[in-house]
Design a protein around this ligand. Structure first.
Ligand code: NAP
Ligand code: ZN
Length: 351
C-alpha cells in the first residue's frame, strides 16, 4: 500500500519521553479523508498509554485523539466533506459497522472490536494505529466529524474526547432540565461535564480535592462545589444526586460518592480502569436501588450530536495552547492536576 512519511511525536517505551519520529500514513482509499492536523488536545488517556499504565500499550505509541484539522485529500467515494473543509476526529477510527452495536450507532462497543485512533490494530498498515500528535491522519469518512463553523478550532479539539465522554452518559441517563448532576474531578473531562450538563439545564455540583479550583468551577457554570476531603461538606449532599460522573484517573474510594446518590441514582465511572479499592459496599446500593456503572467515549452519531449542540450553545473547552515539543512537561503538569483545563497542541509547532 502506498504511504506518505510524516512527522509525529511518540515514544517506543513506557519509561522514555516522547520525541519526534517519522511515521507512515496510507494514501486515501475510496472512503478515506486525509486531514492536515491543526490542533490536538492532550487527554489523560494519552499519558496512560505512553507510559503503559494499563499494561496493553503497543509501541511505537503516538497518542492524540482530540483532532481538528483541514481536509487535504478525499477518496473517490467520499461525500461527507470536501477538500478545504474543517474536520474532527475523536477516539475511534474504525469498527466492523455491521454488528448489533455498530447498527445502533454504538461503534465504541463494537462486538468484534473497535479501532482506537491510537493503540488500536491498524487494519490497513498493520501494527498499532498512530494518533493525532502528527502532521496528518487518514481516516474512513464514517469516523470523521463535521465541526460547527462558529467555534474556536483549538478549543473544539477537546470536545472530541473529553466532550463526548461526558456527553454520552448525560444523554444515556436522560439528564434534562432540573436533573441533579455531580461531577468528580475538575480536569479535562470534568470541566466539559459541567458545561454540557449545564447546557442541558441540570443543576450541577463539582466534587474536587482542590479548593483553589472552586472559583473556576462557578465560572464554568457549577451551582455548588463540595471539597471531597471535607466530611461535613460531603455529609451536606447526602442522598442528593440523580447522576454522578466520576472522572478520577486513579484508584479511589467511590463509597462516599454512592452515599450522595438519590434513590435510583447512578454513579458512572469514566476515569479509572481496574478493580475498586476499598471494595464497593452494596448495602446503600440495594437499600436505595443505586447503580455504579461505566461508560466509554461515545458513538459517531452521538459525537456529531454533541458537536452540533456545542455549536448551538457556544460551548468549547477552556484551553492552554502548547507546542508539540512541550508535551513531556505537559504530562508532568497533568499528573499534578495543574491543567486549566485542557492542553491543546498547536500542530504548526511540529512543522
Ligand atoms: P485530567 O485532566 O488529569 O483530570 C482528572 C482530574 O481528576 C484532576 O483534575 C483532579 O481533579 C482529579 N484527580 C486526579 N488525580 C486524582 C486522584 N489521585 N484522586 C482523586 N482525584 C484525582 O484527566 P482527564 O483527561 O479528564 O481524564 C480523566 C480520566 O478519564 C483518565 O483516566 C482518562 O484516561 C479517562 N478517560 C476515559 C474515557 C472513557 O471513554 N471512559 C475517555 C477519555 C478519558 P481535582 O483537582 O478537581 O480533584
Ligand atoms: Zn481521551
Amino acid at each position: 500500500m502506498k504511504t506518505t512519511n510524516v512527522k509525529a511525536f511518540g515514544t517506543n517505551a513506557a519509561d522514555a519521553p516522547l520525541n519526534e519520529m517519522k511515521i507512515d500514513r496510507r494514501d486515501v482509499t475510496a472512503k478515506d479523508i486525509e486531514i492536515e492536523i491543526l490542533y490536538c488536545g492532550v487527554c489523560h488517556s494519552d499519558l496512560h498509554t505512553a507510559r503503559n499504565d494499563w499494561g496493553f500499550t503497543m509501541y511505537p505509541a503516538v497518542p492524540g485523539h482530540e483532532i481538528v484539522g483541514r481536509v487535504t485529500k478525499i477518496g473517490s467515494e467520499v461525500t461527507k466533506l470536501k477538500v478545504g473543509d474543517i474536520a474532527g476526529v475523536g477516539c475511534l477510527v474504525d469498527s466492523c459497522q455491521t454488528c448489533d452495536s455498530c447498527k445502533k450507532d454504538l461503534e465504541q462497543y463494537c462486538l468484534t472490536g473497535w479501532t482506537g485512533t491510537y493503540g488500536g490494530a491498524d487494519k490497513h498498515l498493520g501494527g498499532p494505529t498512530l494518533g493525532g500528535y502528527s502532521e496528518k491522519i487518514v481516516v474512513d469518512e464514517h469516523f470523521v466529524l463535521k465541526v460547527p463553523a462558529n467555534l474556536d478550532l483549538a478549543a473544539v479539539a477537546p470536545l472530541l474526547c473529553a466532550g463526548i465522554t461526558t456527553w454520552s452518559p448525560l444523554r444515556h441517563w436522560n439528564v434534562t432540565k432540573g436533573s441533579k448532576v455531580a461531577v468528580v474531578g475538575l480536569g479535562g473531562l470534568g470541566h466539559m461535564a459541567i458545561k454540557l450538563a449545564k447546557g442541558l439545564g441540570a443543576e450541577v455540583t463539582l466534587f474536587s480535592r482542590t479548593p483553589d479550583k472552586e472559583k473556576d468551577a462557578f465560572e464554568l457554570g457549577a451551582d455548588a462545589v463540595v471539597i471531597s476531603t471535607d466530611e461535613n461538606q460531603m455529609q451536606s449532599v447526602s442522598g442528593k444526586f440523580d447522576l454522578i460522573i466520576d472522572t478520577v484517573p486513579y484508584v479511589h474510594d467511590v463509597n462516599p460518592y454512592v452515599a450522595t446518590l438519590n434513590i435510583s441514582g447512578t454513579l458512572v465511572l469514566v476515569g479509572y480502569l481496574g478493580g475498586l479499592e476499598p471494595i464497593l459496599n452494596t448495602v446503600p446500593m440495594i437499600l436505595g436501588r443505586k447503580s455504579v456503572a461505566g461508560s466509554l467515549i461515545g458513538g459517531i452519531a452521538e459525537t456529531q450530536e454533541m458537536l452540533d449542540f456545542c455549536g448551538e450553545h457556544n460551548i468549547v473547552s477552556e484551553i492552554e495552547i502548547i507546542k508539540m515539543q512541550d508535551i513531556n512537561e505537559a504530562y508532568e503538569r497533568m499528573i499534578k492536576s495543574d491543567v486549566r483545563y485542557r492542553f491543546v497542541i498547536d500542530m504548526a509547532s511540529l512543522k
